[in-house]
Design a protein around this ligand. Sequence first.
Ligand SMILES: *[C@@H]1O[C@H](CO)[C@@H](O)[C@H](O)[C@H]1NC(C)=O
Length: 220
Amino acid sequence: MIKFIPYFHLGLALLVGLAQSDPHPLHDFCVADTAAGSQTFLTNDFPCINPELALPSHFATSALAMPGNTRENPSGFNVTLATISNLPGLNTLGLTLARADLAPNGLIPPHSHPRASEVTICLQGTLLVGFVDTSNRLLTQQLRVGDSFVFPKGLIHFVYNLEASTQAIAVSGLNSQSPGAQIGSMSSFASHPNIPDEVLQKAYLINGQDVARIRRNLGG
Ligand SMILES: *[C@@H]1O[C@H](CO)[C@@H](O)[C@H](O)[C@H]1NC(C)=O
């Protein structure tokens, strides 16, 4: 029994390490120098401006104040992000903020963020949210105004507006400056170049016409 204890601690330490978000910043802040487009070296984040030149406005944005237009997207959603391009003070802090507008019965299709967990709050409407864990169990919840829900890092999740006649709004915080997003349907059927038809037929147990139809529907 005794000899397993060090392994247990090692395993725990590894798990805790893996659960961390982005690397910790080395300074109080690192306001992104977004004008450094012609930089000749690459860093993991944007370089910082001189901290003495930092202004309160570098830490503020109205980017999430305006609703996104949900009419152009076939699933009826629009995500607006606060990132270092409109909120340069976010640089190196391991954060992204997102506003999601959903049309009546609009859907943010099943997707995952490979580098971030996400906590979302319903600001308007009634939402059905859910994620699928790695044992394929679905966990769902209905959110009313003021309710929040967490999507664990990397797991497939969705947000659906249950109201048939009104817009819904959700705001999410993600614990990475670069959370990444992969929409399952798009990754499978609208990648460039396409995944070979035979692969999709065997993966989804469908025929070539099915593949072609889904691809067309998704603009792939
Ligand atoms: C999201 O909304 C913005 C603001 O109305 C609009 O400019 C943009 O084209 C929309 N994006 C999509 C994918 O519909």
